[in-house]
Structures are given as C-alpha cells and as structure tokens.
Design a protein around this ligand. Sequence first.
Ligand code: IMO
Ligand code: MG
Length: 427
Amino acid sequence: MAGILVCGAQWGDEGKGRFVDFLAKDADMVIRFQGGNNAGHTVIHAGVTYKLHLIPSGILYGSKPCVIGNGVVVDPGALLEEIDGLEKAGIKTSQLFLSDRAHVLMPYHRALDAMNEESLGKSKIGTTQKGIGPCYTDKTSRLGIRFCDLLDEERFAMLTRQRTAEKNQIITKIYGKAPLDAEAIIAEYRAYAERLKPYITDTSQMVYDAQKSGKTLLFEGAQGMLLDLDYGTYPYVTSSHPTSGGVASGVGIGPAALTEVVGVVKAYTTRVGAGPFTTELSCETGDLIREKGHEYGTTTGRPRRCGWLDLVIVEFAARINGITSIALSRMDTLGGLDRVKICVGYELNGEVIRNYPASLKDLEACKPVYKEFDGWDANLSHIRAFEDLPASAKEYVNFIEEFLGVPVDMIGVGASREECILRKQYV
Ligand code: IMO
Ligand code: MG
C-alpha cells in the first residue's frame, strides 16, 4: 500500500499537475481533497495541453478512478464544463467520482466573493473570484449545501430559497447590488443535479476500500503551503488546507494513509494575488522569468509576480507538511541567466532569521539574504540523468537538498511528462 501526496510548497502554481500526471501512471486512484476551481493545473498529455481546475489530473489516463473528495468545494456548472471539455477531447469521465459530502458552490458565493473584494478596495486579497472563500465560510457557519442535498429536490429548493433570501439581505443592504433570483438558481441547479447524479457517491468508502486492498493512492493538492488558511500569509490565503494535514479530513481516511509527501517546488517563486513576497523581483529579471515561463494564471490569466527561490518558505513548508521528497520544477525556465540567487534567510530588525514569521508587519520588514550561484544553459529538456545536468545546475539542486535535508527526487527540465529527471522509484 502506498499513499502519495503531491502538494505545493510555495504560493501555488508550482507545477503540481505535471508531477501528478507523471506519478498517476503507477497509481490506482487519484484524489483531490481541498480547494475548488480556483486551482488551475496545466498538464501536457500525449502532446495535448489540458487545463484542469476541479478534476484530478489522473483523468487523462481514462480508466483510473478519480475522486473529488468531501473537502473540495464544487461549482457544478464549472465541473460540467470541464467534463464536457474532456469528453469532447475524447477523454472518458466515467471513472470520476464526487463526494456526496462535498459542498456545492452557489451563485451567491461567486457574487459575494466579487463584492467582498470590491469593498476591501486597496486591501483586497486578489482572490480568483470563483466564490471559494464564501462557500467555505458557509460550510464552517453550518449554512452550506452539500451534494447529497442537491440530489434531494425538495430539500435543495427549500435550502436555496432560505439561503438566497439571507444572502440577498447582504447583497442589497450592504453592497447595494441587485438581489439574486432563488427560483432561477433552483432551476439551473436541478439540471446540474440530473447530469451529476451518476458521479455522486460516498467517496470516503471507495478510498477506504482501495486502501484496504493495497492499492496505490495519489492525493493531488491544489494551491500551496503559503496559501494555507492556518499557516499561509493570512489573510492573503485561500480558505482551505492545501497542506498534508488537509488530506485526512478532506478525503475521510486516517492520516497513516500517507506514506510519502512530495512537495513541489518551482526553481524560482511566483505568486498571484496580493500579500507579502520577500524575494519578489520588481525589475527586468522578474519580467524575464514571467515571459520565459509564461507565468500568467491558468484560472484568471493574471500576470504572476515572480522572484528568486526562497528556501525560508520551502523549509517552512517541509516542516508543516512533513515533506519526504521534493519535486523541483522549471529548472529549464530558470536557465539562461548569468547568475541566480537563492534566499537562505531574512534580515529582520538587524538579525538574520530562518523561521517564517506569522505577523504581516514583520514579513513586510524582512529583507532577503541571498546566496548566489552561476547560471546554466536553458536547454535542458533532453536530459534524463542528474549527472548530465550542467555543473552549476547540479550545484543549485545539491544546495537545496543540503539546506532542507530533504532529497530532490524529481527535476522538471521541460513542460511535457517525459521531460523529467527521476532519481527515485516511488511505487
Ligand atoms: P493552483 O492549484 C496560485 C490565490 C489567489 C489569491 C488567494 C485566495 O493552480 O496552484 P481564492 O480564490 O482561493 O479565495 O484566492 O489564493 N490562489 C492561487 N494562487 N495557484 C492557485 O491554485 C491558487 N488558488 C488560489 O490568487 O491570492
Ligand atoms: Mg495553477
């Protein structure tokens, strides 16, 4: 039995999708446990580029069970759009399963996400505006609607009328906007329920049965460590737990199901949305990395903020997640520069620290302490063995391993699945 988690060790967009796609080959089941369609996972599979938001990347194999667990918040319209897109491309979705305990993202969640952000003005979070925060807020306020409710026509209509009336008070009285029409929502979601019915089941039992029979489970994280509700750069975070701690509650299994925690680390750092970013490069080098790496959001198209690799945050992620193995992405993108830097500490009030501070005020005062390295050739995509990497690239990777005390077992040298150096067999 193996339970492999692939999670982001930075602010999301680390390249999780491509490593999940890679590892899914040897997995029996691929499972999402948190987040929603705020995620954007770009996967190149058999030469075709797919952009997935809710459906686990394992779906591209066609016959592998793929699970959307109870911890995910699901916009049914967005899910159906993704299902239709895959089916149109010839990818079967009959092995997709959606938890009957997952929460349904409603139109008022999207509306409130946009209105909250607008009212925050300059201090807005920069959310994806998919309604993720308001949906999780309703879940924890015990005002959520779950997929088991969606399948119960009467109960769903009753809950929707009640909730929409409550939200309309906020929408009209606080934000001064037009109210939503509950009956139109009920009709729209009725049609979704009909179409989604075959996918909805008790996924926790399915995962448990697979685990019991010795199957290999692959857990696909969305977002990243620094967007975690508890340990991220609060309040500039998402509303779920993208950390390994989120797996057990987001799937409904015991924590011992995890036998390997793969932290995905981009060879540099990016961030979309607002919030502190100590190694941000607001200069030509940052622009260069953005253009070379096509660093624009998969979900919102926003330009990503770019900066040097920050090992203070990766070390923090390694500790909080219990990372046992690192997958390093985008070594090719970082190639072609004369010199590259890695942040190895922060200078705060005249002291050098290595522990990521909780306070935003402290974070804003932190100055990066860098170690410099020689750059390497950008053309790495043909390399499959670590020994064949340019000496300076090897030095960069070795330094990361030594600093963190965690092995770098996979190295991305290009965008497609096979453009990867594999230094370990996971299964
Ligand atoms: P993947 O899975 C990068 C960011 C948003 C915003 C904050 C809160 O592709 O790595 P939300 O809409 O979740 O309430 O927004 O979180 N964010 C992401 N950034 N990658 C993602 O997902 C993200 N999902 C959310 O930009 O700063
Ligand atoms: Mg993404």
